[in-house]
Design a protein around this ligand. Sequence first.
Ligand code: SF4
Length: 414
Amino acid sequence: MTTRTDGPVATLAPASLDQGTPSFAEPASTPAALLLLGRAQDLGSERGVECPGDLPAASDPDLVARAHAARQTLGSNAFVLGHHYQRDEVIDFADVTGDSFKLARDAANRPDAEFIVFCGVHFMAESADILTASHQQVVLPDLAAGCSMADMAAIAQVEECWDTLVEAGIAEDVIPVTYMNSSAAIKAFTGRHGGTVCTSSNSRVALTWAFGRRPEGRGKVLFLPDQHLGRNTAVSQMGFSLDDCVVYDPHKPMGGLTVEQLKNARMILWRGHCSVHGRFTAENVTAVRERVPGVNVLVHPECRHDVVTAADQVGSTEYIIRTIEAAPAGSSWAIGTELNLVRRLARTHPELEITYLDRTVCFCSTMNRIDLPHLVWTLESLAAGRSVNRIVVDPDVAHWARVGLDQMLALPGI
Ligand code: SF4
């Protein structure tokens, strides 16, 4: 693990996202302690640290040339991964682009590269470190690039939740399933407890597998850390009802639930969400339909249940890209996902009318921490033989996280 030191933590007040439908009220958003602008460190955070290094000035007119020069010096010794939500100025230097799982697999397929430069967020770099060989170094250009969703499930909270399930007498019926967007410690938890990791592409397959591990009608899933992906998968894709789902709030005793509620539930959803996708509302969908006649609304399953229900199509980042690439010329699309990706799709598909689902601009703030100055500093440091910002997962955590990841890889369709 990278070194941690104590420091001040800025706590974001929980903003209400309640936009309930008559039959179902979305829980309020999850409080999360975030470090603003990467200042200092938080021992309880998935990542949010001060990033060392003497960064070039953002105004330096030679940044692009410097990045090209350092990239050329490194040659095949470095492999640069760019998540779809990264800035264009960073994507321009990526050898491959993709979602978190694809990028981790791409990294594992390049054992010749000593340096894996991961332009994404911390949990992604952890997964790449787990899946790559020990002689490879996974580097995160800005150590403050964490993920607020991953931060919403700390391992101590999840262990406490498990103790609650044991005390309620239901733990043996529960299979933990965690989304890729979680810390290595949470992935290790699922590996230790016979569960699996999943992506937004295969969450239905993962849940089907998990329920199949227990006698019909008895199994339960503890879904971490994104309540929306868990709910949307179970209800919209698998026929469970909203009443089959309960939300476990790690900030309340017993998750804010009774033993009876835990016993009756089939899906125990961790109270976490994505700060970007959680912003979209059903009102956004209504408004864009009024604004753009005939528009197709395409959203990510990390969006709230009422948004997913109101949309025309729902799918992972890769699904969104494939859908847009196959769309007929002249068609109109309102896309509910991170803005860097939506803008790139709009630019590369001028034959389509593409709009952002929310009129308020919303980038992923931690994804955006990786900018050209950080990339230049990283590439130049590596080219000069200085190892910087290496992400190393504790061996025991890595072992059990690998068990959870390998279980996912063994699921059909992966
Ligand atoms: S888009 Fe959401 S899930 Fe992805 S890194 Fe940002 S906060 Fe985390």
